[in-house]
Design a binder for this molecule. Sequence first.
Ligand SMILES: [Zn+2]
Ligand SMILES: [Zn+2]
Length: 372
Amino acid sequence: MPKTCLAAVMPAPNAPVELREFPEPELEPGAALLDTMYSEVCGTDVHLQHGKLSGVPYPIIPGHVSVGTVAKTRGPLKTVDGDSIKEGDVVTFLDVHETCNHCYHCLVARQPNRCPSRRVYGITYSVNDGLLGGWSQAIYMKPGVKMIHIPAALAPETFIGGGCGIVTALHAVDLARLRLGESVAVLGVGPVGQSTVALASLSGAGEIVAVDGVADRLAYARRMGATQTVSLDTPRKERLSQVHGMTRGRGVDVVIECSGHPDAVSEALDLVRDGGRVVVCGHYTDNGAVEIHPHYQINRKHVELRGCWGSRYEHFHRAVEIGARFGGEKPWREMVGGKYRLEDSAVALGAVEERSVVKALIAMGTFSGVSF
Ligand SMILES: [Zn+2]
Ligand SMILES: [Zn+2]
């Protein structure tokens, strides 16, 4: 009997997620197969469901950050640390794959996150390309996919609680070139914003101001290291004067926009001090346009405005190390608001969409069907 595996498939934008059965893949040299433990459900998956990211080859198996046990390998595989990857090991992998190291973006601009060959598990692979998303009982590791062991000190739930959010946040905090004692405002404290607060705090920031419309999220941000919170219930003008009041009228040194609301980009430019830095990482998908006044908000303020697209291996690798070292101090694990069975993927997606949980997990262990 040929073995099969079940995966949750997003057939097309705005079509309901459905379970499909797939044959067990043949491993090409250098490939591996993971028995999935957990895969996350994040805001990007909600946007994918609504078709808000261009170039997505539906139908897809969503799930870009996952943890699994190595079920099979073909050929010797090693991590960047030189450790062998063996059957039974608990690993995670960088969802970004196939950056070419041959093009202008990779070699001259040195920004492989903009390489045109770049592919992302759970986002830019079709089901016709194979089991290349985490909402599946098994995930195919193509040759060259960067796997890393989940260290003994890091519970898989803690890592995946940070998940794609901590990796993106690390990239954003790097781009902000945060210095010890500087003030930071984080606009939007969903998964990326919460990790941004935590990493700003671990980086030795001074005042850390979390801004969001959900009271629970603001309370949680305090546990992640926010020193001040500002509610979106407060009118924008008042929010501005509150933040100015925290910084002797200057505005914060750094604003990291993680909300995905176009207006937040304009607000970020208002909240930052003259000569400060603004990093935009909440607009991974198209959430529309906003009017900016270049004279007052950028040029005259001498502001540095940077976009942050995806991540590179270095962010992923360091995120695992940070999770292992600080997972006890920062409550990433509790970010997971619900664990769902594979067949309840649509329910998990709904919970993230209506913001009743910060993050949801598809947990394979709870599935009773066939598995490799
Ligand atoms: Zn390239
Ligand atoms: Zn994500």
